[in-house]
Each structure stands twice: as C-alpha cells, then as structure tokens.
Design a protein around this ligand. Structure first.
Ligand code: HEC
Length: 126
C-alpha cells in the first residue's frame, strides 16, 4: 500500500515536471537572441543609446553637476571620448576605468557590440 503511494507521487511529479520546460533562449534572451547591428551610425544608433542611458549625468546641462564635466551630448563629444578609449573602457568596466553607467547595471551586450562597430567603422555620423 505504502509503496503504491510513493510510486503514484513519483509519477505525478514526473508528469508535472515534463510539462515545465524552458529553453536557454527564453531564460537568457540577451545572450542568445540575435544582435541587430545593421544600424550603427551615430544619429540612428549611438545617440539614442547615450541619451537614454547617460544623459542623466552626461548631457551638456547635467555634466558639471553629475558627470565629472564629461559631456556626451553631440557627435564630436561622443567621438572624442570614444577615441580616447574611455567610452569602451567605461562601458565594459575594463581595468583602470570607472564602470558606466555609474550606479546601475551595464548596458546589454548588443548595445556594446553596436558601439564597438561604430568605433571600428570610424565613427559614421549618419
Ligand atoms: C549617475 C550618473 C552617471 C551616469 C548615469 C553615467 N555616468 Fe559616466 N560618469 C559619471 C561620473 C560621476 C564620472 C566620473 C568618474 C566617477 O566618478 O566614477 C563618470 C565618468 C565617465 C567616463 C570617464 C571614465 C574614466 O574612467 O575616465 C566615461 C567615458 C563615462 N562616464 C561614460 C558614461 C556612459 C557612456 C554612460 C551611459 C552608458 C554614463 N557614463 C552614465 C556619472 C555618470
């Protein structure tokens, strides 16, 4: 009697378990979904990323109070910070750089890949 009970429970557990499945793509969408890098110019790809994630501290008006006087507003500002190596250094939290965005999680991998592509292709503006 007791053993039947155990078998029954084991079987139901198995049944319930078999209905629950997930894929690594669903669990870690950032790591497995394709990264769309078709657009990587400043105006369409880089500027929106920077303004969404960095302007709280690095716009022309916020930089002096919150961003250590580093403005990332406008093509030439972003380009020169990128040329210095600081943009990627900070975004990737490389040794010797302050990890950015400050006090929050890093940008998703795909955004960083797009920024690296912009740099590797010599900073296209449009
Ligand atoms: C909450 C404010 C804040 C946000 C948001 C922020 N930063 Fe910063 N950032 C700072 C401060 C303050 C510094 C000066 C260094 C420090 O205090 O860590 C800095 C420094 C930097 C530097 C120079 C790093 C170095 O080691 O020389 C870069 C590049 C930079 N930020 C890029 C960014 C980018 C790109 C984003 C958005 C993805 C961003 N920051 C978001 C506040 C911020």
């Amino acid at each position: 009697m007791k053993i039947r009970y155990i078998i029954l429970i084991a079987f139901s557990a198995l049944l319930i378990n078999s209905c629950y499945y997930d894929t690594k793509e669903e669990l870690y969408p950032q790591l497995f979904s394709a990264c769309d890098t078709a657009q990587y110019d400043y105006t369409n790809a880089i500027q929106p990323l920077i303004s969404n994630n960095c302007f709280g501290c690095h716009s022309n008006s916020s930089a002096s109070a919150y961003g250590n006087n580093i403005s990332l507003e406008g093509y030439s500002n972003v380009k020169s910070v990128a040329e210095s190596g600081k943009l990627i250094g900070a975004l990737k939290g490389l040794a010797g750089y302050s990890p950015m965005p400050k006090n929050s999680g890093s940008l998703d991998n795909c955004s960083i890949i797009v920024i690296e592509k912009w740099i590797a292709n010599n900073y296209p503006e449009n």
